[in-house]
Design a protein around this ligand. Structure first.
Ligand SMILES: O=C(O)Cc1cc(O)ccc1O
Ligand SMILES: [Fe+2]
Length: 467
């Protein structure tokens, strides 16, 4: 849907009116005795009323009918969505998944909610501390159905197929290489345009923030103005056959019926909104001297824990960039981390593993699980000539055949072809679900073999070279 409008800024105090109803936003107060156009006022709180101003989040919605008018919620099947972290025995191995399967709509119609599968997670939505990592694979739009997560925020990373998200705040089109955040309690419905897949990082009890920049200065990484929030859009639609509200509550799904569309917010104001961000705007800062910098330099958004500097979860990308480090093994180093690292791939390949890690797949390196470049990557980069090189980016070339049908020298077009790997990094020790380990049947049992060919280069007679 071309032509959608957005407002720019991260966490701003926005206000928006559907242009069909000028003056629908009350002036000078939140709760007039009678709201313009006969609307109902409803507050959506994203923080405790008493939070300090810097973290206080709420929005005021002016709607045709309030959310409270609905039939009672009843439990519904959760499919492969779970918050049960004890389904299978713990597994400290390096785990890698082949691209998660997307069913064809001719096999089975699956919408965004039915297509949610939990891979791993930890913590507890009841005590408001933890995370879940899910994939969504779907082929059908949600019709007269919306979803809201009472447990936490969803950071959604589309990998294949655009998603059109209708929210109480307006509409957002989110394409692969963009991400969006739908915060706790916000109702939304997802339209898709074919076979669609993506990843979701869910955090309970914290909201995403831009990381502090410290010595980087006032600008850089994800800049606030590149975050886009929707503008008010409403439909005044009665649905006699019933509109279904699906509520994820304490890790389980519940559904209720009402006879009108919940996207009936004519005007709203506040700083608690959904938003999206295009990863191409990420202003990467990296090493221009020597050594491999830690990946925290590529943090797009962070959900902080109460321990200073420790995140419940960070969303980190490995953006297209120049690699210029001198006398350095440039790819990621071998390491064991006190954090968990879940990785996904939107497009292309990842520098530490040119093969095996595929778009739409994933990997999990749990707390203290050793990992790093595969044997091919180590070999190649230990001997590579260290000239400036584009990293994590494909080059677009035009392929031409001569009259005999032979391939001619490819013609360079541009560096525009974006490749993108990302990481959800968490201080939680995550459990993998039964779906992740067994049911999905996408676990690559051969993953450990990518390090089998690493051999010793130890030379006990090695002498420092004389300069
Ligand atoms: O394991 C990974 O591939 C992610 C990662 C990348 C990097 O550049 C440094 C550390 C790290 O964990
Ligand atoms: Fe790592």
């Amino acid at each position: 849907m071309a032509g959608l409008k957005y407002m720019s800024g991260f966490g701003n105090e926005f206000s928006s009116e559907d242009p069909r109803c000028p003056g629908s936003l009350p002036e000078g107060q939140n709760n007039p005795q009678v709201c313009p156009y006969g609307l109902y006022a409803e507050q959506l709180s994203g923080s405790a009323f008493t939070c300090p101003r810097s973290t206080n989040k709420r929005s005021w919605l002016y709607r045709i009918l309030p959310s409270v008018k609905h039939k009672p919620f009843t439990p519904m099947p959760c499919g492969d969505l779970t918050e049960n972290w004890d389904e299978v025995e713990p597994d400290p191995n390096q785990l890698r998944w082949l691209p998660f399967t997307i069913l064809k709509s001719t096999e089975k119609k699956v919408d965004f909610v039915a297509g949610l599968h939990t891979i791993c997670g930890a913590g507890n939505s009841k005590s408001r501390n933890g995370i879940g990592i899910h994939v969504f694979t779907c082929n059908t739009s949600m019709v007269d159905k919306c979803f809201n997560n009472s447990d936490g925020d969803f950071l959604i990373v589309p990998q294949q197929g655009d998603i059109l998200i209708t929210t109480e705040f307006g509409k957002m089109m989110v394409e692969p290489n963009e991400i969006c955040v739908i915060q706790q309690g916000m109702r939304f419905s997802v339209d898709v345009f074919g076979e669609t897949r993506g990843y979701i990082l869910e955090v309970y009890g914290a909201h995403f923030e831009l990381p502090d920049l410290g010595p980087i200065g006032a600008n850089g990484l994800a800049n606030p103005r590149d975050f886009l929030c929707p503008v008010a859009w409403f439909e005044d639609r009665t649905v006699p056959s019933g509109y279904t509200i699906i509520n994820k509550y304490q890790g389980k799904l519940f559904a209720c019926q009402q006879d009108f569309s919940p996207f009936n917010v004519v005007a709203w104001h506040g700083n608690y909104t959904p938003y999206k961000y295009n990863l191409k705007h990420f202003m990467a800062v990296n090493c221009v001297a020597f050594d491999h910098a830690d990946p925290s330099i590529f943090t797009v958004l962070t959900a902080k824990s109460t321990k200073p500097g420790v995140a419940i979860a960070d969303f980190v990308i490995f953006p297209p960039r120049w690699g210029v480090a001198d006398h350095t093994f440039r790819p990621p180093y071998y390491h064991r981390n006190c954090m968990s690292e879940f990785m996904g791939l939107i497009k292309g390949h990842y520098e530490a593993k040119e093969e095996g890690f595929q778009p739409g797949g994933g990997s999990l390196h749990s707390i203290m699980t050793p990992h790093g470049p595969d044997a091919d990557c180590f070999q190649k980069n230990s001997t590579a000539e260290l000239k400036p090189e584009r990293v994590a980016e494909g080059t677009m070339v035009k392929i031409k055949l001569n009259r005999r049908g032979d391939l001619m020298q490819p013609e360079f077009i541009s560096h525009l072809f974006m490749l993108q790997a990302f990481m959800f990094e968490s201080s939680f020790s995550m459990a993998v679900t039964k779906w992740g380990l067994e049911t999905c049947q996408r676990l690559d049992k051969t993953y450990y073999q990518c390090w089998e060919r690493l051999r010793s280069h130890f030379n006990p007679n090695w002498k420092p070279s004389k300069q």
